[in-house]
Ligand binder design. Structure first.
Ligand SMILES: *Cc1c(COP(=O)(O)O)cnc(C)c1O
Length: 384
């Protein structure tokens, strides 16, 4: 039976989301521009302005192509790196499924690589083992998908040294890491091709959207060409290649321009959330956090904690759930997913352990100190 909550209960149980969208204020004005100029299309001035803002921010001479999603950007990116039917692609196992799914769209096969302990991302040693192993059976991997998970940069120098040694291109999945840096250089600028996501839960959002980044302007132009149905240059509609409808809408790009204006504030707010959790929880022996190394700066998209066991992790998660607070276990590794059951994998137990014991805490940039206090109080009371 439906029972309306009293005003008291509603305020006590205010929902806290894991990572909700957070508008800056100017987004509507740019969306309005799109309406007033009638650029209600997957092209237009907002798309170019958004791309310029991304290029300025990420730096290192990258060119950006804004697309409908990060997943679409990975799909196009892998195709541009030459991945095709029957090829093998080495992919970080500890990630969201969207890092791996596009490999299969191309008729290629993912081979999953486990993580190292420091950053929780693709292990360079295991990566090299896997490459040697694939070469020994006569199959040179076509590409490597490396991910800066939760905003924490992967070991860029080590991973790219292995990639270079064997001449295999890297697709840098920076979907969660806009605003993170490695040796002062922005994530999104390290891959042969890199991608960003502007999905609703990411550090900035266009509701749905993504971008493909690369240093070669011709490659960017190719991405745009394929993303707009691969139309040859001719007055009639002529096609010599299979294309996609992957270009970002000019309306949504308006949201993106507004979001870029506040990106630095969003990074600062997420990092402040992390600091608050560390200050208030790190004295508890059951809780630990992933630390930045000297060379890395994380946008702290999501604050993650590690607990000693699945049972304690679940105790915390369910206690938060009862109080209307969303938290989420760390990503389930791809090599453990039913859908990738038959895919080869090179594992060391690290990502399985993280999945079992880790939890993402609410990390939105619009959270208030009272929200953080409420979350920490619940966690402390569970572990008392
Ligand atoms: C969100 C995400 C993607 C996919 O981006 P969409 O824009 O949602 O398609 C890919 N990889 C990682 C690691 C992500 O977190």
């Amino acid at each position: 039976m439906y029972q309306p909550k009293t005003e008291m209960e509603t305020t006590i149980l205010k929902k806290i989301w894991l990572s909700p969208p957070h508008m800056g204020g100017n987004e509507r004005a740019y969306v309005n521009d799109a309406f007033e100029t009638n650029w209600i299309a997957p092209l237009g001035p907002n798309v170019h302005e958004f791309e310029n803002a991304i290029e300025q921010y990420v730096g290192s001479g990258v060119h950006a192509a804004c697309l409908t999603s990060g997943t679409g950007a990975i799909h196009l990116g892998l195709q541009l790196l030459g991945v095709g039917i029957g090829d093998e692609v080495l992919c970080q196992s500890f990630t969201f499924a969207a890092s791996a799914n596009p490999i299969t769209y191309l008729g290629a096969f993912p081979i999953f690589i486990d993580s190292e302990k420091d950053t929780w991302n693709i292990c360079p040693n295991l990566l090299e083992d896997a490459i040697k192993d694939r070469l020994a059976i006569g199959k040179k991997p076509k590409a490597i998908v490396a991910v800066h998970l939760y905003g924490m940069p992967y070991k860029v120098n080590e991973v790219h040294a292995v990639a270079q040694k064997y001449g295999i291109p890297v697709l840098e999945d920076s979907a969660e890491a806009l605003g993170s840096t490695y040796h002062g250089q922005h994530c999104g600028s390290f891959g042969d091709i890199s991608i960003l996501s502007f999905n609703g839960n990411k550090i900035i959002t266009t509701s749905g959207g993504g971008a493909l980044l690369c240093k070669d302007e011709n490659l960017k132009n190719k991405a745009v060409f394929l993303a707009t149905q691969a139309r040859d240059n001719s007055p009639h509609y002529q096609h010599s290649q299979i294309g996609y409808n992957y270009r970002m809408s000019n309306v949504l790009a308006g949201i993106g321009i507004g979001q870029m204006e506040v990106l630095e504030e969003r990074v600062a707010a997420r990092r402040a959330n992390f600091e608050y959790y560390v200050e208030n929880l790190s004295h508890i022996s059951e809780i630990s956090f992933a630390k930045e190394s000297a060379e890395s700066f994380s946008n702290r998209w999501l604050t993650c904690i590690l607990t000693p066991s699945f049972q304690i992790r679940e105790k915390i998660r369910t206690a938060l759930e009862k109080e209307n607070i969303e938290s989420r276990p760390l990503w389930k590794p791809m090599h453990m997913q039913p859908v990738f059951e038959k895919s080869p994998s090179y594992v060391n137990g690290i990502s399985e352990d993280l999945f079992e014991k880790g939890l993402c805490l609410p990390s939105g940039s619009s959270m208030e100190e009272g929200d953080l206090e409420r979350i920490c109080d619940i966690i402390k009371s569970v572990l008392r």
